[in-house]
Design a protein around this ligand. Structure first.
Ligand SMILES: [Zn+2]
Ligand SMILES: [Zn+2]
Ligand SMILES: [Zn+2]
Length: 174
């Protein structure tokens, strides 16, 4: 049987429809360009009624983020699906920035690149994943954590003695 082009006789064709569909898919991800300090798009964070908690679910994994704090605006949040494997360059946010840069996508910071705790402009902060143990905030080291922050080396050292620190810089959504 002869196949008839379903667009035959119309003033638009399959190519045009495909292009519109691609644009729509694209727009779905760029509608909210914000990326959280955990290294994943704000759109990936959802409130789950049954658990009465926020969850962050980038593709194929779940992230323990409880902060939902935008730190970047990016061209495509799909570049930000990495998993934190440590601090600094091994943090999901750093990995996402690298992927984004490789693709030539634009990124801008929406927070000052200062230590979230002391905000000292003379310090060069690193990216750290943190968790609460009792009343103390400690570094997770090689795993993703519910809190993620730019923290200077001095404050990072002080985390070992949390009595020295206030954590007002670390927002929580629960
Ligand atoms: Zn997050
Ligand atoms: Zn996350
Ligand atoms: Zn500091």
């Amino acid at each position: 049987m002869e196949t008839v082009d379903p667009f035959d006789g119309l003033d638009f064709d399959l190519e045009e429809v495909k292009k519109i569909k691609e644009e729509q898919d694209e727009r779905r991800w760029i509608k909210d360009p914000r990326v959280c300090s955990c290294g994943h798009g704000i759109v990936r964070h959802k409130f789950v009624e049954s658990r009465n908690a926020w969850v962050c679910e980038p593709a194929r994994m779940s992230c323990p983020c409880k902060q939902k704090e935008p730190v970047l605006e990016v061209q495509d949040t799909r570049d930000f699906l990495s998993k934190t494997k440590g601090h600094g360059a091994r943090h999901a946010l750093a990995l996402g920035i690298a992927i984004s840069q490789n693709k030539g996508h634009w990124i801008r910071w929406t927070v000052d690149k200062l230590c979230f705790i002391c905000k000292d402009p003379d310090e060069r902060p690193t990216l750290v994943a943190l968790k609460k143990v009792g009343d103390n905030m400690v570094e997770t080291f090689e795993e993703p954590g519910p809190y993620n922050a730019l923290i200077c080396q001095r404050c990072r050292q002080n985390l070992k003695n949390p009595a020295n620190l206030g954590y007002e810089g670390l927002r929580s959504v629960d």
